[in-house]
Design a protein around this ligand. Structure first.
Ligand SMILES: *Cc1c(COP(=O)(O)O)cnc(C)c1O
Length: 479
């Protein structure tokens, strides 16, 4: 049997089993595949994991509790989970050249929580316990404990601002990172849109953060992590790099040297489901120095690990160590360039004028639209994107003025230069045929819009041709 025949029969039978219990879920699962197959997915944080990765998640490992670490569990019978977790961690260490890898976090946010509390444990709690000659916090007197709690809650974090492309976990006030730390933010140069290392250094000297966070969700350029580490060292900060978005480019050796965060950061966090193309989850890499505190992610901020997802992380990381993943990662970056050029030659505005990673940030204000209007009009035409603020966005974080577009997902389907050029053309076609609407009172609306008749159908037909040429999960037939 060919691979795709096998995969088809596995999923057909699995859906039959699900159908026997809750047919609406079987139907939604079928519909989700059809939707993913039939739309141009340009969401920069999404991808398509392999059938091997997806299938690994659907097993009885989901039924096992395994709080603790490999060989040191709070539950009996964890020998197979130990196997799975060790293999995932080993692949992660070897793939990224990391001294230590922690594969338990359930998501990117959880990985960041583990990192924050590990840094606090290593830099604040550890020295405190040593001073008090206590083995752990249970040995502290009430007075000491109160004072330590105040100290833990009195630390500073400096991260990239949300509208410059940072993530909400990098000190955004509504997020816990903006509440548990005194936060401060750095941004990008108003002229070039590029990260301004001089301004970052000046802010770090003035603010003296305990934690300096680098990494982004919507910045279309590479970062020189060697330079950021120098700044961290100068002010005595721990450098934490959140590579959630671009881990695939690090794994695929597109980002090397100063652009590879792993040799420069004390702690590196990531998701596993974005450009890395694994299961939905998180991971923390660390130096030997930070390893013991990261290793206490459970019980610090995590409960039982998702063993079925750790197993799928191991499979995905094994895939990412293959040569084919390197060429995939290179194509992701090349395709982002093709997409950017496609926009530039059609006079569309890109934040920073282009890209050298996996995403572009299109400023839609020259079309007279908000990000919200652009996102909705594109969705009507079968193009799935997400609106995103641009630096100093006049429309705020809800309506925004930008659209973020990434290449990891369609590159997995096999899209190349010509297809991404065509994608830029289709997007420009939709946006230039969209008019902003008005509110009931007749004022300009930031949400409503009209897309000229017939455009959505034309764009859908053109996309369908490309999507058919590059099928998602080729050969997988559910009926
Ligand atoms: C996506 C992302 C996260 C959060 O990941 P979740 O799995 O959604 O919790 C954290 N940091 C950055 C930089 C991200 O892009």
């Amino acid at each position: 049997m060919s691979d795709s025949t096998l995969v088809s029969s596995v999923y057909r039978q699995a859906l039959e089993v699900i159908e026997g219990v809750e047919p609406r879920i079987a139907e939604a699962t079928r519909n989700e595949l059809a939707d993913q197959r039939g739309s141009l997915k340009l969401i920069a944080s999404e991808n398509y994991a392999s059938p091997a990765v997806l299938m690994t998640m659907g097993t009885w490992f989901s039924d096992k509790y395994a709080e603790g670490t490999v060989g040191h569990r709070f539950y009996a019978g964890c020998q197979n989970v130990d196997t799975v977790e060790s293999i995932a961690a080993e692949h992660a260490r070897e793939l990224f050249g990391a001294e230590y890898a922690y594969v338990q976090p359930h998501s990117g946010i959880d990985a960041n929580l583990v990192a924050f509390w590990s840094i606090l444990a290593h830099r604040v709690e550890g020295p405190w316990l040593e001073k008090a000659s206590a083995k752990n916090v249970n040995d502290l007197t009430e007075e000491d404990w109160e004072a330590l709690r105040r100290e833990l809650g009195n630390q500073r974090l400096l991260g990239m601002s949300l509208d410059a492309g940072g993530h909400l976990t990098h000190g955004f006030r509504p997020n816990i990172s903006g509440k548990m730390f005194h936060q401060n933010q750095y941004g990008t140069d108003p002229e070039t849109g590029l990260l301004d290392y001089g301004a970052l250094a000046a802010k770090a000297r003035e603010f003296k953060p305990l934690v300096l966070v680098a990494g982004y969700s919507a910045y279309p350029r590479r970062v020189n992590f060697a330079k950021v580490r120098e700044i961290a060292d100068e002010v005595g900060a721990t450098l934490m790099v959140d590579m959630a978005h671009f881990a695939g480019l690090v794994a695929g050796k597109v980002f090397t040297g100063d652009e590879d965060p792993v040799p420069h950061a004390h702690v590196v966090t990531t998701t596993t489901h974005k450009s890395l193309r694994g299961p939905r989850g998180g991971m923390v890499l660390a130096t030997e120095e930070y390893a013991p505190s990261v290793d206490r992610g459970c019980p610090m901020v995590l409960g039982g690990p998702l063993s079925h997802v750790m197993a799928a992380k191991a499979v995905a990381l094994a895939e990412a160590r293959q040569d084919s993943f390197r060429s995939y990662a290179q194509k992701v970056a090349d395709n982002a360039k093709s997409l950017a050029e496609g926009f530039s030659k059609r006079d569309a505005n890109l934040v920073t004028g282009g890209t050298d990673n996996h995403l572009v940030l299109l400023d839609v204000s020259s079309f007279g639209l908000t990000g919200r209007q652009a996102e909705s009009a594109l969705l009507d035409a079968g193009v799935v994107t997400n609106r995103n603020s641009v630096p100093r966005d006049p429309n705020g974080a809800w309506y925004t003025s930008g659209i973020r577009l990434g290449t990891p997902a369609l590159t997995t389907r096999g899209f190349g230069h010509d297809e991404f050029d065509a994608v830029a053309e289709l997007i420009v076609k939709v946006l230039s045929n969209t008019q902003p609407g008005t509110t009931k009172a007749g004022d300009p609306s930031k949400a409503s819009y009209t897309l000229a008749d017939g455009v959505a159908d034309k764009v859908k037909a053109a996309s369908a041709e490309m999507l058919d040429k590059h099928p998602l999960y080729p050969g997988l037939e559910l009926a």
